[in-house]
Design a protein around this ligand. Structure first.
Ligand code: NAI
Ligand code: MG
Length: 780
């Protein structure tokens, strides 16, 4: 069948562009001419230069941050209802101009008008409506929580206006103010959105837009007036930002790259799965962070499936993105095209075969024919690297176990799509795949109420729904005092094994894999208590001990799978065993010089009960998102967590970290207080008698920040909590950039661990889990 051209009219959008020969910034409610360099804004489908855009300078970024700071107190103090009305007005105005925004987006980005009109822009409106609702419900749903301040938000070019909505809507709903930087390749719709903000009378400074490239982005992230950085883009830049702002106290959320598996079982509805591939990897020219870019197909159906895929590819139409009948538009730039072509050449050199849609693509513009690769092996570059273009890699598998192994054989963990008519199988895969979003018999569907975000090197933090709101809120803490560094170790000596000095009656070991273990280096240090009295020797753990403990924790993976009821029982049992030895622990705390030893022991027992109670109650949610779907948000454990305990409450501080982490199914490697480690070593026997499986809790003693650094750098540690000094906070945050583990710190400030409002609570549980969003077919 042949189609005639059916172009959408670009007259209005082109006139709008013609009136704006240069795109500047939107600062404090005013449109400002760029003071620095400008670069071309190109339509990648025609190579035509549309206009120019300024690259924001330090002065411009500073002006925007100052405006956002000035606007913050009033905006945050508005009743939620008043903020809701602004967000509602933004949604309405976007909706009224859907056609204009769609065309503008297509001109700037190259995506087809079908997608910008039917997907991007409606989702933008939906996002503002949804978050108008959260603004309305702030006091009811997030009692005691407040906004953070100025949010620096940096977005990419693949969904320019939609990414703006994902960032801006929750930030403003929660009462924050914003400095946002669009990608320099696609600044137009953000600018048009700023015009709507001015039109509806959004108070000046609440939303500021500074255009620019990576250098401008770095200025925003690094500005001291910014309280939170939210970034979507490449994993490389995510790492750069993590390191750049380490130790600054800024909150960070990262939505990074992916290499998401698309898993087809032989009992799948094959026609549906083939259509799924179209939406998974050819949608938006494959420039989608959660694209189903690795097709994993069960061996028995693989030839048939690839055959059908080839046939389906023949019907794809590529060309003028403004043509309403087009399936495939242009890539964002010729640079992106060159990058993709380079990766495809490498794939062919490595032995893969490229199957390409036969459709002729226009010679002019950044067009890339859709396709897929066969003959790719897991180790090939294209199997591991994000192509970010309309080309999938393929692998076959025999068994569900093999499918899971292949699916998880990546550094990323953004999304996964599972195709099977067997409900048991589909749900088993959803549970086992390491990804923040799982679609069952569906792919690339989004909703403002469904949290979106990654596991592993795909980043952390969620966008959308209740979890997304939490990224822009904080429970105000009573700030403590800067925590001093522990005194240097004294009396470091070879481990004697037994009492080796008359005044010393304890030579403690480490606790690894459920057993007491001697320190690898064979060294111990002297622990002193009240009045400088030597209390005993503690083992001096080194890097090797950390690695052993992480390995032991890794082997205890079954803990995440035991029922919450069982975990609760173990915590109750632990409390019971501890209570039998309450006097001994009280005396040991008193010997350390702790101000309220009996209270600390009592609080530890209560805390164990509280987290035991939460173990089977801190649940996810079910959300009605799209018709024919229900969306589960499941709280999943990270796996192995590193915990660095504070000095100020040697028993309670340590247990306040361990209890929520293990209640949620994590295994932990905990570093005890460096000054008072003997409280932790007394716990070994309590742990041994409490039915906690070996490896679930591992305890180390030694030089706090040396052990913290090793844990922060370790690739098998999935999350880290650090209660040390300010310099240590900067160190662990920097070191965490390797595998991009989320890090929570108390910013180097002491807290009153006895106070449940500070030392306990649902916030600890939220930090102990990562949300997995599972889309299930449901309803008529
Ligand atoms: P990028 O990560 O450099 O760009 C994304 C945004 O970050 C842009 O606004 C850019 O100006 C800004 N940026 C760049 N360097 C920065 C820095 N040091 N500090 C602060 N902001 C900075 O991505 P790029 O170069 O455009 O694309 C390269 C690859 O990245 C793509 O091929 C794709 O694999 C991946 N990518 C992933 C995206 C996602 O949605 N996860 C989006 C865009 C790119
Ligand atoms: Mg452009």
């Amino acid at each position: 069948m042949d189609y005639g051209p059916a172009p959408e009219s670009a007259t209005e959008a082109l006139a709008w562009i013609a009136d704006r020969p240069v795109i500047g910034h939107f600062i404090n409610g005013r449109f400002t001419a760029p003071e620095g360099e400008t670069v071309e804004v190109v339509n990648p489908a025609t190579d035509a230069v549309l206009t120019r855009v300024g690259l924001g300078t330090a002065t411009e970024v500073d002006a925007a941050v100052q405006a956002a700071r000035a606007a913050f107190p009033k905006w945050a103090a508005l009743p939620g209802h008043d903020r809701a009305r602004y967000l509602y007005a933004l949604a309405r105005h976007v909706q009224k101009r859907e056609r204009f925004f769609s065309v503008l987006e297509t001109l700037d980005n190259g995506k087809t008008i079908r997608e910008s009109r039917d997907i991007d822009v409606p989702l933008v409106a939906r996002h503002f409506y949804h978050h108008a609702g959260w603004a309305e419900l702030m006091a009811d749903d997030f009692p005691g929580h407040t906004a953070l301040g100025v949010c620096g938000q940096i977005i990419p070019w693949n969904f320019p206006l939609l990414m703006l909505a994902w960032k801006v809507a929750p930030a403003l709903a929660a009462g924050n103010t914003v400095v946002l930087k669009p990608a320099d390749l696609t600044p137009l719709t953000a600018y048009a959105f700023a015009e709507i903000c001015a039109e509806i009378g959004l108070p000046p400074g609440v939303l500021n837009i500074v255009n620019g490239d990576g250098a401008t982005g770095a200025l925003i992230a690094g500005h001291e007036g910014v309280a939170k950085v939210a970034f979507t883009g490449s994993t490389e830049v995510g790492r750069v930002i993590r390191r750049q702002i380490a130790g600054s106290g800024k909150k960070l959320s990262l939505e990074l790259g992916g290499k998401s598996p698309f898993i087809v079982f032989e009992d799948a509805d094959l026609d549906a799965a083939v259509e799924g591939v179209v939406d998974a990897i050819w949608f938006n020219q494959g420039e989608v962070c959660c694209a189903g870019s690795r097709l994993l197909v069960q061996e028995g159906i693989a030839p048939r499936f690839f055959d059908r895929l080839r046939k389906r590819m023949e019907t794809l139409r590529g060309g003028d993105p403004l043509d309403k009948t087009m399936d495939v538009g242009a890539l964002v730039s010729r640079k992106q095209l060159a990058r993709i072509n380079g990766l495809l050449a490498q794939a062919e050199a490595e032995g893969a075969t490229l199957h390409r849609a036969p459709a002729q693509m226009p010679a002019q513009g950044a067009f890339c024919a859709p396709g897929f690769l066969t003959g790719t092996a897991p180790a090939h570059t294209v199997s591991q690297t994000e192509i970010f273009g309309p080309i999938a890699t393929t692998l076959t598998f025999r068994t569900p176990d093999e499918a899971i192994t292949l699916a998880n054989d990546t550094r990323y963990g953004l999304a996964a799509s599972v195709w099977s008519q067997n409900i048991d199988r589909a749900i088993e895969i959803a549970a086992k795949v390491k990804a923040g979003v799982v679609w069952i018999n569906a792919t690339n569907i989004f909703d403002a109420g469904a949290p979106f975000g990654g596991f592993r090197e795909s980043g952390y933090g969620r966008e959308g729904g209740r979890a997304g709101m939490r990224e822009y809120l904080t429970a105000p803490a009573r700030p403590g005092k800067p925590r001093p560094d522990p005194a240097p170790l004294s009396g470091v000596a070879p481990h004697a094994g037994k009492a080796d000095r008359p005044s010393i009656d304890v030579t403690a070991k480490l606790y690894i894999g459920g057993k007491q273990a001697r320190a690898d280096g064979g060294q111990s240090y002297t622990v002193t208590g009240k009045g400088g009295v030597a209390l005993g020797q503690a083992a001096l753990a080194n890097r090797k001990d950390v690695r052993n403990a992480v390995e032991a924790a890794g082997k205890a993976g079954g803990w995440g799978g035991v029922t919450a009821h069982n975990r609760a029982q173990v915590l109750y049992f632990l409390a019971e065993n501890l209570s039998q030895r309450a006097e001994e622990f009280t005396a040991a705390l008193a010997a350390c010089g702790t101000p309220k030893p009996a209270e600390e022991v009592a609080a530890t027992l209560r805390r164990a009960f509280w987290y035991a109670a939460q173990a089977d109650k801190f649940d996810g949610t079910v959300t009605a998102t799209k018709s024919n779907h229900v969306t589960l948000t499941v709280n999943e454990p990270f796996g192995t967590m590193g915990l660095i305990a504070p000095d100020e409450a040697p028993l309670l501080g340590l247990m306040s970290l361990i209890l929520p982490a293990i209640a949620m199914g994590n295994r932990v490697v905990a570093v005890a207080s460096q000054s008072h480690p003997l409280l932790a070593t007394r716990l070994y026997q309590v742990l041994e008698t409490s039915d906690i499986p070996g490896g679930v809790v591992n305890l180390l003693t030694g030089t706090r920040d040396e052990l913290a650094k090793t844990l922060a750098e370790h690739d098998d540690v999935a999350a880290l909590w650090y209660c040390g000094s300010a310099s240590g906070v900067a160190m662990v945050e920097t070191a965490s950039a390797g595998n991009l583990k989320p890090v929570w710190t108390d910013q180097g400030l002491t807290r009153d661990w006895l106070d449940p409002a500070q030392g306990q609570g649902r916030d600890f549980l939220h930090r102990a889990v990562q949300v997995k969003t599972i889309w299930l077919p449901y309803g008529a």
